[in-house]
Design a protein around this ligand. Structure first.
Ligand SMILES: [Zn+2]
Ligand SMILES: [Zn+2]
Length: 339
C-alpha cells in the first residue's frame, strides 16, 4: 500500500509499505481521510526522535476493513474514527477515561505505531468511535482536532455569557472558537495576524478578529463589553505568547494554555499574583469529549466543515509539508484516499 512517511528533518516521502494485519483486539481500517496536524509539522521539523520511514498521520476516518480475533461490535464497511493511540484499557488512567495518559500508551503516526497517511491503518478496537451516516468521512477526520478544542473549553471557567479571547486561528484556535460559541460565550475576540485565517475565524463565529500587531485583542474586547477578558485561550505556542496572555487577562481571570511552545519562555509571576489569575495547561481530550464532539457535529450543534481548506491526494503530502512551513491561510488540510 501507499504511505507517506518521515524521511529526515524537513523531508517527507511517499512509498510502498506492507499492508497491516489485525492481531488480537485490533482492527485494520481502510483510510478515507486523514488531517495534517500542527504536531506533524513540528515532528518533521524537530524530529522528536522519530525514526526514518515512520508512517505519519493521526486524525483519521475510515471504514472497517479487517477485524482481528476477540473484537466484537464492529462489522466490515462501518465507518469509524479513533484515538490516535492504542491504550491498554486496564490501568487506572484508562479506567477513568484518560487513555491519553495510559501507562502503556503507544501513539499512532508519530514514530511509535504507523499512522494513517496510508491506504490502511492498524488500530486498537477499544480506540474506535462510530461515525453516524449523516457525517462525511471528512468531518470524521475533524473529530480529533475538534475534541482538543472541547477539552480546552471544558477545562476553562467559560459560562454562557462569558467574554473571551482566543489567541491564534490555526486549527486548534478555530476548534476552540467553535466550542466557545457552542458553550454559550457571548463575545469571542480572535487574535490572528494571517488575513485568511482571521477571515475564517469570523466565518466560524468570532465576534471580531484582530491582527495583534495592530490592535490589542483585550482592548478590542473591552470596546465590545466594557471589561477585560475572563478567559484567554492561548493557541499559538510561540515564545512570549503566554506572557501576552497574562498581560491581557482580567483580574481573577484564567489563561488556558493549549499552544505547545518548544523553548523555555519567560513570564512575570508578579503580574499573575497581583491579578490573582489561574494558568491551566491542557493536552488532548478524554473519551467522553471525543464522543461529545461526534454527537455535536451529528446534531448540528457545531459545524467543523469550514475548517477544511484543502483536500489532497497522498502523492502531494511531501510538497504540502513544505508549503505548510509558511502557511498561507490553510487551516485543516486533509489527505484523502479514493473510497
Ligand atoms: Zn493532531
Ligand atoms: Zn492504560
Amino acid at each position: 500500500m501507499k504511505a507517506a512517511m518521515f524521511k529526515r528533518l524537513n523531508e517527507m516521502a511517499v512509498a510502498e509499505v506492507p499492508k497491516p494485519k489485525a492481531g488480537e483486539g485490533e482492527v485494520v481500517l481502510k483510510v478515507h481521510d486523514c488531517g495534517i496536524c500542527g504536531s506533524d509539522l513540528h515532528a518533521v521539523q524537530f524530529g522528536f526522535g522519530m525514526p526514518p520511514d515512520s508512517v505519519m498521520g493521526h486524525e483519521f476516518c475510515g471504514e472497517i476493513h479487517e477485524v482481528g480475533p476477540g473484537v466484537t461490535g464492529y462489522r466490515i464497511g462501518e465507518r469509524v474514527t479513533g484515538f490516535p493511540f492504542i491504550a491498554c484499557g486496564k490501568c487506572e488512567r484508562c479506567r477513568s477515561g484518560r487513555e491519553m495518559q495510559c501507562v502503556k500508551f503507544r501513539g499512532l503516526g508519530l514514530g511509535q505505531l504507523p499512522g494513517a497517511y496510508a491506504e490502511f491503518v492498524l488500530c486498537g478496537a477499544g480506540s474506535l468511535f462510530k461515525i453516524p451516516n449523516n457525517l462525511s468521512s471528512r468531518e470524521g477526520a475533524l473529530v480529533e482536532p475538534l475534541a482538543v478544542g472541547l477539552h480546552g473549553v471544558k477545562r476553562s471557567r467559560l459560562q454562557p455569557g462569558s467574554a473571551c479571547v482566543v489567541m491564534g486561528a490555526g486549527p486548534i484556535g478555530l476548534a476552540t472558537l467553535v466550542w466557545c460559541r457552542a458553550k454559550g460565550a457571548s463575545v469571542v475576540v480572535v487574535s490572528e495576524p494571517a488575513p485568511k485565517r482571521a477571515e475564517l475565524a469570523l466565518r466560524m463565529g468570532a465576534t471580531a478578529a484582530v491582527d495583534p500587531r495592530e490592535i490589542n485583542p483585550a482592548h478590542k474586547l473591552r470596546e465590545l463589553t466594557g471589561h477585560r477578558p475572563e478567559v484567554i485561550f492561548e493557541c499559538v505556542g510561540v515564545k512570549s505568547s503566554l506572557s501576552s496572555a497574562i498581560d491581557m487577562i482580567g483580574i481573577g481571570g484564567q489563561v488556558v494554555v493549549m499552544g505547545v511552545c518548544m523553548e523555555p519562555d519567560e513570564i512575570k509571576p508578579q503580574t499573575c499574583v497581583f491579578k490573582e489569575i489561574s494558568l491551566d495547561f491542557v493536552v488532548g481530550y478524554a473519551r467522553d469529549e471525543f464522543q461529545e464532539t461526534i454527537d455535536a457535529m451529528a446534531s448540528g450543534i457545531i459545524d467543523g466543515k469550514p475548517l477544511i481548506t484543502d483536500v489532497i491526494p497522498i502523492e502531494q503530502v511531501p510538497d504540502m509539508f513544505q508549503t505548510l512551513r509558511r502557511p498561507a491561510g490553510q487551516a485543516k488540510v486533509l489527505v484523502e484516499f479514493p473510497h
